[in-house]
Write a new protein. Structure first.
Length: 293
């Protein structure tokens, strides 16, 4: 039996992932609170979602009335208490640092109603590490959307050893409610399915580049033309954020202690310079500044 539809959703983090997940929730009929510590981030997120919906209306995917109704279901706040206090389901989409996420889950456990499910969008941090910071481990799971959520259809729902069947079913149901295609992983593993396969490609691409075998531009061309991927591995790193690639590797190194899991030299160099990719205007490639409003 399909679980009941979620009516009240809270998304914590208004970055690219968070605000687009929130938009999916609003389009699915959820009254959705978006929480971020930065008022400026919330303003950018609102503008981005309005622009996305305007394009959908222009392309005939939505009527203008439906777009306005969906946008009207979004509520923006810098207060976690305000955003999560009546939520049925919370999705966390903050920076990929375990300590930050654990602290957030501890706060959410105090604030969110007792029946609420707490999900993390993390693709690398296992939800068991966050569940331990709460008094509701059976109601915690990973719910990994792909970037950008408004375009990518897949959601990986990952159970940790204490995740309840009802929690997994509710997360799968919410993904379907949002029009996404969920897959269920009954055992947690770092990187899950897609990113473990993708990481192997990216690791080999960086090794080839650092060994001087080919330029990163030519490696991207080879992958796109030879494997029919829509983006090359370096283009994808720039889109997802080189800072994310760095933190993912550091998380794996912290878990395994294996020096081979450390981020590659060329990733560290860009991270330390603050060249994170599209979001900063420079990563592997250089990007034009966004048009002034």
């Amino acid at each position: 039996m399909e679980p009941e539809a979620v009516r009240r959703l809270c998304v914590v983090g208004a970055g690219t992932m968070g605000h687009q997940i929130a938009m999916l929730g609003a389009l699915a009929g959820c009254a959705t609170a978006v929480v971020d510590v930065s008022a400026e981030a919330l303003e950018r997120a609102q503008s981005s979602n309005r622009a996305h919906m305007a394009r959908w209306v222009q392309r005939g995917r939505l009527t203008e009335a439906d777009a306005e109704r969906a946008l009207g279901r979004l509520r923006w706040t810098t207060s976690l208490e305000d955003g999560a206090r009546d939520a049925e389901f919370v999705i966390e989409a903050v920076i990929e640092r375990l300590d930050d996420k654990r602290a957030l889950f501890t706060r959410l456990d105090r604030i969110a109603p007792a029946p609420a499910i707490l999900a993390t969008n993390s693709s690398t941090i296992r939800s068991s590490l966050l569940a331990a910071a709460t008094a509701r481990p059976g109601q915690v799971c990973n719910m990994h959307f792909f970037n950008p959520p408004l375009v990518m259809e897949l959601v990986e729902v990952v159970m940790h050893p204490e995740t309840g069947e009802a929690t997994a079913a509710a997360a799968m149901g919410l993904a379907r409610q949002m029009g996404r295609t969920p897959v269920l992983l009954r055992r947690e593993i770092s990187g899950f399915v897609v990113n473990r396969i993708l990481a192997a490609i990216m690791d080999e691409a960086v090794r080839l580049y650092e060994a001087g075998i080919a330029s990163f531009e030519d490696i991207d061309v080879a992958v796109k033309k030879g494997l029919r991927h829509p983006m090359g591995p370096f283009e994808l790193m720039d889109m997802n954020g080189i800072d994310i690639a760095y933190h993912v590797r550091m998380q794996r190194f912290g878990e395994t202690g294996d020096p081979a899991q450390r981020p590659a030299r060329s990733i560290v160099e860009r991270y330390e310079r603050g060249d994170y990719g599209r979001k900063t205007g420079r990563g592997w490639y250089t990007y034009p500044p966004p048009p002034s409003s």
